[in-house]
Design a binder for this molecule. Sequence first.
Ligand code: ADP
Ligand code: MG
Length: 580
Amino acid sequence: MGSELQEVTIRILPPEVSALIAAGEVVERPASVVKELIENSLDAGASQVSIEVRQSGLDLIRVTDNGKGIPSSDLALAFHRCATSKVTSAQDLARITTLGFRGEALPSIAAAADVEMLSRTANAVAGTYLRLADGKPVGQGTWGAPVGTTVTVLQLFAKQPARRKFMRSPTAENQHIASLVSQYALAYPEVRFSLRMEGRQALLTSGSGQLTDAVASVHGAEVAAAMLPVLWPADGERAPISVTGLAGPPHVSRASRGYVSLFVNRRWVQNRRLTFAVEEAYSGLLPAGRHPFAIVDLRLPYEEVDVNVHPTKAEVRFRQENEAFVAVQRAVRQALLEQAPVPSVSSTAGVAVAQTGVPGETTPPPLWQRALEREDAATTAADTAAPPPKVSLPMLRVVGQIGNTYIVAEGPQGIYLIDQHAAHERVLFEEICAARQRQALDAQGLLEATVVEVSPRQREVILAYYEVLSEHGFHLEPFGERTYLIRAVPAVLPGKDLSQAFAEFLDTLGEETAPDRRDRVAITLACHAAVTAGQPLAVEEMRELVRRLEQAQVPHTCPHGRPTMIHMSTALLEKEFRRR
Ligand code: ADP
Ligand code: MG
């Protein structure tokens, strides 16, 4: 073999190749292009930023701003690697005040797509136009234009079939773009944002400067009206770190993570510690399984934050992370305690709420139970890994419920611990699929149509699933740009709090990954209609659930593949108790 080893030669890559490699870091997907262009517009002081997207950004992304523009003599220079007007010295890097600073975005975009730029400064009489193909200027001219800049990105990744292949579905890419623009709209309420996707107005903010208005544009007026202002230190006081924003009171919490928007010195960032600080602030105020909805704007001296740690600038590092953590936690906590009705707080569990009347309120299962669950999940993983098709369950006798979460049942071969939520999910999923096949899915007409406002991302989900949703009993009518009329819902869906339930349904549906679209809707429906963990069940209800589970085709796992039950065989019990 040794003789076959070829000698390798090290070469410096041709510039087109190294440009593509560098571009890969910045331009991962269409949303990354949108992000960089919006940041440039904001750095240019724009008060209006309009974004247009076609074919999920692969055909066209156009961002137009009314910022200060680029002098015509600099236009071509802007596309050079490491060309920036924002940093001049190494000292500047320690104190970055702009969103961009690497001078990488425009060259990276131009390496991955054809680009046209039209820009005019206040001093110029006309705009200058520049067109690039393969990263090189191929045309320039003078055009009439208002002050500001328009960048058009065409045929993104046309020359990188591998990248195109890795794109998720067009819907998923559009969802990314919609949530990204929403974040910037929340970070810059004084800027008027417009997002048009595939010819539709997906988002339009007022640019009034009021965060509540921006929240209303993104998440709807109802949510915006309920939010509690966060202000720390109190009005008029000065401190090196300040925290402002809006925190959702416990009743606008969400079923999934990802509703905490964090901005650090006006930069949208992802930071697990700070997200945790927000979650901590809600501790004892939210039932288990619920997550906070909050927008947190942290400001601190520029030199306290290192933004030069991540190619897309999505992460930052703090010189004193603990201080930032404490500030965020305290600010949000104070807003909640002063303004939200306070339930009695359980200090030990951290998640338990002793408030009456909260829907979905739960007590966490006791510790021993959680430990047992973990252990058994590990030991049963092998058994449940590949459930043979149609394994029917023996007849089971319900003994009782523990932790309001698990049903204890006895069968001919021992004890069964059944996860009530997972089991109900399985049962409903199969019933929904069967009814759909017979075209006998029940819809529940609403006496009065409910008006719901949806976020741009939720709207993308509706559009992507419109037909499948109606096949499952959702009768929705578009009612204005961002509003839908719900005329009917699937009969299995619990009727109360319809607009919140619907919003959560869309959020989960957007995350569902089952290969088949109808299955995705059916699984999400089953998940939302199923009893939750923490819900006390009467013996009759448990018997009914177990009876339906006995009839399921695949009773051992929920539609996501998690086990619905743990079996402790008589033999195992005898061995553990040393009866044998
Ligand atoms: P960076 O933002 O890191 O400086 P970019 O490659 O994104 O690097 O942009 C290069 C330069 O082009 C910027 O420094 C800025 O001077 C100019 N520029 C880009 N977009 C705009 C815009 N929309 N308005 C005004 N100037 C812009
Ligand atoms: Mg930039």
